[in-house]
Design a protein around this ligand. Structure first.
Ligand SMILES: Cc1cc2nc3c(=O)[nH]c(=O)nc-3n(C[C@H](O)[C@H](O)[C@H](O)COP(=O)(O)OP(=O)(O)OC[C@H]3O[C@@H](n4cnc5c(N)ncnc54)[C@H](O)[C@@H]3O)c2cc1C
Length: 438
């Protein structure tokens, strides 16, 4: 498949999945001349957003001290989890080493942040190290709250029809084993999403489509019933996308249940319990893809950083100006990636666009200047609808569709080229982003 695509077209394709919007003046890591400063910048979290921020700051600044704090030594390419769970890539496809993406000038403290003290301009690590800063970028991602689903046991993923694509590379591989057995045997497949904000809201939908396709390819679709339980009255937060998915689900005979929020699971009896407007409902399954509630990590939730009221306060998402990613109460603090309390985002594609904006504002601040860089809410999701086809869904804060390549990749069309983008071109572009080059 790749032989017809030269490298340049290949990276362009990947960029469509990772926010191929035209760069704003000054947002390119190499566009600006280096800024001299002795500031100490701390980055909490060395995932997609933290590494991209570290790379960009190292490129933009001269003389700065940059410290990144994260205990995790492996880097997970999470957009690949669905491909592993779809039997399309091996488990190793998604794991690499954090160290490989860190610029030599960046100091890495291999611990977690236990306490954020934005009043004292410091963080404290789990080992008790106090680290002061002039500016802080919080990029801790989010926490998968499996504990909120009564009866759920993460270490049983892969057995007794229990799948969960999100829990990590091993869980994604084990989910493939469970789903593949289901595709051989049939029964009821149950899919769902949580009632919280979540990363890549397209992923639970993709997995329902992929499972449907395996059943068909193995001649077992008539032996199976597929049910998708949505947390509210929509299948996706962008109305036009929700409607398109509803039509595709109807065509593929994937049943829908609305206003169903999973609260418990009986792994032995293979029954999931949902809260609904009319009371608790049980649905039995032969295969289930559990997608847990998602919240800000504990250390963030316990800090003064989250929204103090409104929709994002309860789960601890960090208060941030949606255009600049700057904290309104602590102006030397920025939130990027999944932990940011902004109306859209929570994809690697959003990270690609958020980080240059936050870095631009931070660098301007160090110079006593201001920046006019703006994050528009760009979010992108290559939604696999069957093996060999995907729809590129790109949108902004106002639910406008924002196609990167109008006339080439039509939004909401099931295309082979979008499938190539998701399965082949996205990863090299993502890795380039970690190095500050995309
Ligand atoms: C199944 C799945 C499919 C996806 N598909 C897509 C897709 O197709 N397209 C797309 O664009 N995106 C997709 N995503 C979403 C994308 O992977 C995330 O949005 C992206 O990784 C967010 O980056 P982040 O840096 O905010 O978080 P992460 O990459 O998760 O990194 C967070 C880091 O913070 C660290 N951390 C946590 N707590 C602390 C602490 N207290 N102190 C220090 N460090 C801490 C963690 O160890 C981790 O290294 C998918 C995600 C999943 C799970």
């Amino acid at each position: 498949m790749t032989t017809h695509l030269d490298r340049r077209r290949f990276l362009k394709l990947g960029a469509a999945g990772l926010a191929a919007l035209p760069a704003l003046p000054g947002t390119g890591a190499k566009a600006a001349t280096k800024v001299s400063t002795s500031a100490h910048i701390v980055i909490a979290g060395a995932g997609a957003a933290g590494l991209a921020a570290a790379s960009r700051l190292a490129e933009r600044l001269e003389g700065a001290r940059i410290t990144i704090i994260d205990a995790r030594k492996e880097h997970y390419y999470q957009p690949g989890f669905t491909l592993v769970a779809g039997g399309l890539k091996p488990e190793g496809y998604v794991t690499s080493a954090t160290r490989d993406y860190l610029p030599a000038s960046v100091r890495w403290i291999e611990e977690r942040v236990a306490e954020f003290d934005p009043e004292g301009n410091k963080v404290v690590t789990e080992g008790g190290q106090s680290v002061g800063y002039d500016a802080l970028i919080v990029a801790t991602g989010l926490q998968l709250d499996y504990g909120a689903v009564a009866g759920m046991e993460v270490d049983r993923i892969g057995r007794d029809g229990l799948g969960s694509v999100y829990a990590g590379p091993g869980a994604a591989a084990a989910t493939w084993q469970a789903m593949s057995r289901f595709a051989d045997q049939g029964g009821r497949g149950l899919f769902l999403r949580p009632n919280t904000e979540m990363k890549c809201a397209g992923a639970p939908l993709k997995y329902a489509f992929i499972t449907d396709d395996y059943l068909r390819r193995r001649g077992n679709r008539s032996k199976a019933e597929l049910v998708y339980a949505a947390n509210n009255k929509a299948l996706f937060s962008v109305p036009i996308v929700s409607e398109k998915v509803r039509m595709l689900f109807r065509d593929r005979a994937i049943q829908t249940r609305y206003d169903h929020v999973m609260t418990a699971i009986d792994l032995g009896a293979k029954v999931a319990t949902f809260s609904t407007p009319t009371g608790p409902t049980e649905i039995g399954y032969d295969f289930i893809n559990v997608v847990p509630p998602m919240r800000a990590p504990e250390a963030v939730r316990a800090s003064p950083l989250p929204w103090q009221g409104g929709a994002w306060a309860a789960d601890g998402w960090i208060e941030a100006d949606k255009a600049t990613l700057r904290h309104p109460r602590f102006p030397n603090v920025f939130a990027v990636g999944d932990v940011a309390g902004v109306p859209k985002g929570k994809t690697a594609a959003s990270v690609k666009w958020q980080v240059p904006v936050a870095v631009d504002h931070l660098v301007a601040q160090l110079q006593g200047k201001t920046s006019d860089s703006v994050y528009t809410g760009y979010t992108s999701c290559p939604l696999i609808t069957r093996l060999g086809r995907a729809m590129l869904v790109e949108f902004d804060y106002d639910n406008n569709l924002t196609p990167s390549f109008p006339g080439v990749i039509a939004p909401l069309e099931e295309l082979w080229i979008t499938w190539v983008m998701k399965t082949i071109a996205l990863k090299p572009t993502y890795l380039a982003m970690l190095r500050g080059h995309a």
